[in-house]
Write a protein that binds this ligand. Sequence first.
Ligand code: SF4
Ligand code: SF4
Ligand code: SF4
Length: 242
Amino acid sequence: MRQKIRKSIGYLALLLFPLSMNYFSPYLSVMAAMEGIIAGSVIVFFLMFLSGIVFGRSWCAFVCPMAGLSEMTNSINGKVVNRNKLSKVRYVIFSIWFSIILIFFILNGSIVGIRPLFMSENIISIDMPLKYITYYLVLGIFILINLLFGKRVACHSICWMSPFLEAGFWLGSKLKIKQLRILSISENCINCKKCNQVCPMSIDVMKSIERGYIKTKDCILCGECVDACPKVVLSYGFRQEE
Ligand code: SF4
Ligand code: SF4
Ligand code: SF4
């Protein structure tokens, strides 16, 4: 039941993407930064950072429009991928993009204003036919990469947003805040590997359960492993980083 609800929320977020696209836009954040303005997407990225402090990457399982899309593509190509290699691409993309934003703010001397509806005055993101090109381009790239290369490859390799969640998660760990985690009791494990098979993030869950919780920042807390485990080895809980 939990997975049905989670996936339904993901599909709904995907359906609403024509309304919300601007609020995740890397392009609009740069255009606004050129004028020293904080756009709506930057506010969303900041909220993602804050949510990461306590809730880690849960955004990626429950809120992001691309979560719904990834559920569909994973069911077609569920190949396990090399997370560490792919994340290097993501960090390069993020560093270049984020540096551009910072440089524009520095060149402007200060932040001159906050405009949540910057270039989105009609509130909805796709308010003219031309904007469908951007919409279909974003969806097309995500679909193509995932279908060609495997489980959530686009999330691992080109997502410009997840570093904000990761930064929040890192800060929460350093501050020893109790964070939402997948906890484990490894003694109960029967090595059936069901958790590994269902994990949408290509995490070797079985290997990770020894330390009592799943530590990697790539865990999106979707709970697929929790629900697939026949021996109640895994559960949700709040705990500090060790
Ligand atoms: S990795 Fe990026 S695109 Fe994928 S679900 Fe998370 S925030 Fe969305
Ligand atoms: S480890 Fe479990 S909760 Fe984390 S991403 Fe994989 S299946 Fe989801
Ligand atoms: S699904 Fe549960 S019992 Fe099976 S390998 Fe994973 S943790 Fe162990």
